[in-house]
Design a protein around this ligand. Structure first.
Ligand code: C2E
Ligand code: CA
Ligand code: CA
Length: 765
């Protein structure tokens, strides 16, 4: 066979391959591609030079081939250096070739290009190969330099690759070792050629193949084992259970989660299918693609799974196998359920929150268009006092027991929730409410809460609104029920109030008088009546100023008709200020003639919220230059108990400023006796009304007697109001009461009448 033709063909094929690879590389977007492209490109002249040498039989052409080859080899060295440092980077900065390394092949190429002038590097000699002339290379000194340069670079490249191979993870090692090996083979082969001096440089095949390998390994090769390893790792450590089946439907592998799920170990794979069928109650686990959500158990202990089966096809006809993924969603589902529960339930009572209750009610109304419904607003009277006197812990228990009571009394047709604080809302079919009403009323008659040690009777009240207008906001329905409730007093006998025609009228009434208030104040339609207060001798020592409204159309109105309205809408402040000013005017009138007579004014607890009572009242006293001790201040014990806005402090300041402070309506509230010792008051107004409520009058007398005695001991003056009979008067006198007020002496009257009553009597005495 003709060697020349044979090698020429091989070289030409390799050159074509390198051209292809370099074009592909330059078109690639990979970061290493540029370096690979340059290396492929550099290999082309090297091989081409050799192709020329083999193919030519003319000395000059062979010489050109030699130059192309030598310069090509230098270019290969440059490109190889660049490629190596890039390919092996990331393995350690230590392997970066120093810049100077690039200088040597460049200088060498120049040195070789001077050979035509000096002939120092090589010459060629003619030999006969297979009967034809062949020009073979004869090396000189320059050639030695060339080889030293090339071998040095090759050695560094081999070194860098060796380090990279050793440092790489096992899976990646192949990437480096294949290239390293081919470089070594090429180097050895080339060395062999140099010394054998065979005419054709066969190692050029190695150069070409090495170029192709570099191209493949750096741009296309993916370590298969790496992928395998990663996939198997992912499958093994997946949080989902994974079962792999062969085409016959036999389980051939399961990950750890899977084995745990079916409670088997990896030697019992043949039992997996039946275990899965047992667990999930699914008849068959076929090899088709399907997904199913399965719930095991019920209620709080329910478990939720998603089963996902995938068939794996070898080709269109043949099934390779299948795999089943089982995801346990229980935690997730429970978390979501918990979150929904928390956002819709009150944490203390576990009842619905107000917002959720209203949403449910709206849905119920929309769904049951023909059912009549009733909204019930439940409130605990004076709940704050329960918290204050016992503890918030006890208050919490009380609220929980109310919630329990609601739960116990309602059925599936009712919805209920905690509205806010100590108020609850219930919504139920009106028919059902009718049947339950009496039972509820009975329970409320004596509603006792207990924490195991302490028992306390609660006053629970209900406002009831039978929904006549289904389109109004649910919150308005409860507002109406609440409004009905607000008509109840602190009465332990009546617990349920209805929003009915009377109440509607009342709403109308409230609006009317509210609209008229300003004018009434300006035109003195509202003015104080004075009710005399007597001492033990029957002498008038002062008066209580009580508001009256003399209406131009409606006529005479008692405070009971308007004070509660204004207390609710906070306009009471305007009324009170007006009465206080009137009282001061009267006192200033009397200053010269009856400077000892005092007037008591009423202060509503609401006032405390909105104005600075101390500065307001001291301001008035200054304005009218009256003695503060003549303007007595009546406050109710609510102010003390709830200590609203520093009620205690306010009283202390008033006393310091010289006012006499009276505790009004003593006996009507809660723990009056308990609080008495701490109260910064001068006078105790005991209301006969509250005591006469009691059937047992000897008992009531005992209570009064003791209160009077106690206040004496505490240096507090006792005043009994609501004295209606002579007998009451003398009895109270006997037990030591200091001051008296009541119809027995006189009713509240206009100023002029009072002056007549009080001062004329003194004058005639
Ligand atoms: P209060 O402060 O307890 O006033 C005493 C009430 O008892 C007065 O009712 C008075 O007329 C009534 N009364 C006096 N003696 C007797 C008696 O022997 N038997 C009976 N059954 N009742 C007697 P009035 O004037 O209807 O006032 C009712 C309530 O309205 C007052 O109770 C007070 O809380 C409030 N009030 C009256 N005027 C004002 C005011 O200007 N401002 C504020 N904030 N409240 C006022
Ligand atoms: Ca009063
Ligand atoms: Ca009173």
């Amino acid at each position: 066979m003709n060697i020349r033709i044979g090698f020429s063909v091989i070289y030409a094929v390799l050159i074509a391959g390198l051209v292809f690879c370099s074009v592909k590389s330059f078109l690639s977007h990979k970061s290493i591609a540029q370096a690979v492209g340059l290396l492929e490109l550099a290999l082309i002249p090297t091989l081409t030079g050799n192709l020329i040498i083999i193919a030519s039989q003319v000395e000059e052409i062979s010489l050109v081939g030699c130059y192309v080859y030598f310069v090509g080899v230098d270019l290969v060295m440059l490109a190889l250096l660049r490629f190596t440092t890039e390919y092996c980077s990331g393995i350690g900065r230590g392997q970066q070739a120093p810049i100077i390394m690039y200088f040597f092949p460049a200088a060498d190429a120049i040195q070789l290009l001077f050979n035509p002038f000096f002939g120092h590097a090589f010459s060629i000699e003619k030999i006969i190969v297979q009967g034809l002339p062949y020009y073979r290379l004869v090396p000189h000194f320059g050639q030695v330099v060339h080889r030293i340069v090339d071998y040095t670079i090759l050695l560094s490249v081999v070194l860098i690759f060796t380090v990279a191979t050793l440092r790489a993870a096992k899976i990646y090692r192949e990437r480096y070792s294949v290239i390293l090996l081919s470089i070594i083979i090429v180097a050895v082969w080339e060395t062999f050629y140099i010394f054998s001096r065979t005419p054709v440089d066969r190692s050029m095949i190695g150069f070409g193949v090495c170029g192709l390998l570099v191209f493949y390994f750096s741009l296309y090769y993916r370590p298969l084992r790496l992928l395998d390893r990663m996939l198997s790792d992912i499958a093994t450590n997946m949080t989902e259970a994974l079962f792999v089946y062969d085409s016959m439907g036999r389980c051939i592998w399961a990950n750890e989660t899977g084995l745990k799920l079916v409670r088997l170990n990896d030697t019992q794979l043949e039992n997996v299918s039946s275990a899965l069928i047992n667990k999930f109650g699914r008849q068959k686990f076929t090899s088709a693609d399907w997904t199913e959500d399965i719930v095991l158990g019920s209620g709080d202990s329910a478990s939720y799974y998603t089963l996902e089966n995938h068939a794996v096809n070898e080709d269109k006809k043949h099934l390779a196998g299948s795999y089943l993924v089982v995801r346990d969603n229980t935690e997730e589902k429970r978390r979501i359920k918990r979150e929904i529960y928390n956002s819709t339930h009150d944490s203390l009572t576990q009842l619905f929150t107000k917002q959720y209750l209203f949403e449910c009610i709206r849905k119920i109304l929309n769904k049951n268009k023909d059912t009549a419904y009733t909204a019930i607003f439940i409130d605990v009277k004076n709940f704050k006092i329960v918290n204050d006197i016992f503890s918030t812990a006890f208050g919490d228990i009380a609220l929980q027991q109310i919630a329990d009571w609601i739960r116990k009394n309602m059925n599936g047709k009712c919805v209920y929730g905690r509205l806010v604080g100590d108020t609850f809302g219930v919504f139920m079919p009106s028919e059902l409410f009718e049947t339950k009403k009496e039972e509820i009323e009975k329970d409320l008659l004596n509603f006792v809460v207990s924490d195991g040690n302490v028992e306390h009777r609660l006053l629970i009240q209900m406002g009831v609104y039978e929904v006549s207008d289904r389109d109004i906001n649910v919150s308005v329905m409860f507002d109406r029920a609440h409004f009905a409730l607000s008509t109840l007093t602190d009465n332990y006998k009546k617990h349920i109030a209805y929003y009915d025609q009377n109440l509607r009228d009342k709403v109308f009434w409230d609006q009317q008088i509210t609209a008229e208030l300003n004018e009434a104040l300006e035109t003195m339609q509202i003015r104080p009546y004075l009710q005399p207060i007597m001492d033990r001798t029957g002498k008038v020592v002062g008066a209580e100023a009580l508001a009256r409204w003399i209406h131009p159309e409606r006529g005479f109105m008692s405070p009971g008709t308007f004070i509660p309205v204004f207390e609710k809408n906070s306009l009471i402040i305007e009324v009170d200020r007006h009465i206080w000013r009137c009282a001061c005017e009267i006192l200033s009138d009397w200053k010269e003639t009856h400077g000892d007579t005092f007037i008591s004014i009423n202060i509503s607890p609401k006032d405390l919220y909105f104005i600075d009572i101390v500065s307001e009242i001291t301001g008035l006293v200054k304005e009218y230059s009256i003695d503060p001790k003549n303007l007595r201040i009546e406050i109710t014990e609510t102010v003390m108990i709830t200590d609203v806005q520093g009620g205690f402090k306010m009283l202390a300041e008033l006393r310091k400023a010289g006012f006499i402070v009276e505790m009004d309506d003593f006996g009507s509230g809660y723990s009056s006796l308990n609080l008495l010792k701490d109260m910064p008051v001068d006078v105790l107004k005991i209301d006969m009304k509250f005591l006469s409520d009691s059937d047992n009058s000897p008992k009531a007398q005992t209570i009064i007697r003791n209160i009077i005695k106690l206040s004496d001991e505490l240096d507090i003056v006792s005043l009994t109001e609501g004295v209606e009979t002579k007998q009451q008067y003398s009895q109270l006198s006997d037990v030591g009461c200091k001051l008296f007020q009541g119809y027995y002496f006189a009713k509240p009257m206009p100023k002029e009448e009072f002056e007549e009553f009080a001062f004329a009597a003194v004058n005639t005495k």
